[in-house]
Design a protein around this ligand. Structure first.
Ligand code: NAI
Length: 254
């Protein structure tokens, strides 16, 4: 076990049923923390929670099937976490979706769906986490999972790139509003990571890998490690920052 000092942390994580969120929950559990696993996909969530917690009973005690777009459900979820596990000490807004999006062809619904999950959902989640942390008066740390698409735009990803850019600035705003309560808030911007959200075949990913300075796409654990750092006291003077983990992709001129 490494020494991230997260042993008694209670950590709600959204997007916990898959990819980066699931890898993070496994790491948090290995550190002795209690991840509260939140995801909209109930079946996949219960399966993921049993991977993290072992028995079906323990999985059910730590799994919360909630849509982040429903702010009332998110608030109720935090009340339930408080009641069952104690006050939230750290939180990670990881839930996200991507979809083809072109400014000429997007319908209102397509546009709103991505903004709703990636931006509004993250706001509802961070707000609920922050309220609980402020009430507990013990400080804390929040991490949002943004994207390098929030730093640079990309063709046919207008809604996604916009949602992630706004999420990065929301993270800065949260850092300012919460700093006086000893709560740090940072964003992590992954590059191309091998998870189901990529929805690309191996050949396509191999071609993408060649464009990355490290010549490979990343894996979820490499993002989860960065999140652990930002949550931990090793990052005690880091707030309002965006940590890019992308194998060098955004370091390139072309
Ligand atoms: P993933 O698709 O494996 O996991 C995303 C999870 O979010 C899924 O389990 C899904 O059910 C959940 N989710 C979606 N909508 C939700 C909602 N309304 N309420 C609650 N849960 C919801 O994808 P991955 O890669 O693990 O994504 C995690 C985060 O990382 C996302 O925010 C994504 O935008 C971001 N990211 C991923 C990159 C990648 O290359 N994989 C690159 C940059 C950012």
């Amino acid at each position: 076990m490494s020494n991230w000092k997260l042993k008694s942390a209670v950590v709600p994580v959204t997007g916990a049923a898959s990819g980066i969120g699931l890898a993070l929950c496994k790491l948090l559990r290995a550190e002795g923390a209690t991840p509260a696993m939140i995801d909209v996909n109930r079946d996949r969530l219960l399966f993921a929670a049993s991977e993290v917690y072992g028995s079906a009973e323990e999985a059910a005690r730590h799994a919360y099937a909630v849509d982040v777009c429903n702010s009332h459900a998110i608030d109720a979820c935090f009340e339930e976490i408080l009641h069952t596990h104690g006050p939230t000490t750290h939180a990670v807004a990881g839930a996200g979706i991507v979809g083809p999006s072109n400014v000429l062809t997007d319908t209102d619904e397509q546009w709103h769906r991505v903004i709703d999950v990636n931006l509004n959902g993250a706001m509802y989640f961070c707000r609920a986490a922050a309220r609980q942390m402020v009430a507990a008066k013990r400080g804390g740390a929040i991490v949002t999972i943004a994207s390098i698409a929030g730093l640079k735009a990309k063709e046919n990803r207008a809604s996604y790139a916009t949602s992630k850019a706004a999420l990065i600035n929301l993270t800065r705003a949260l850092a300012l509003d919460l700093g006086g309560f000893g709560i740090r808030v940072n964003a992590l911007a992954p590059g191309v990571i091998d998870t189901p959200i990529q929805n690309s075949n191996r050949t396509t990913l191999d071609v993408v890998a060649e464009t990355i300075p490290l010549k490979r796409i990343g894996v979820s654990d490499e993002i989860a490690n960065g999140v652990l750092f930002l949550l931990s006291t090793y990052a005690s003077y880091v707030t309002g920052e965006t940590l890019v983990i992308d194998g060098g992709l955004t370091a390139k001129y072309r």
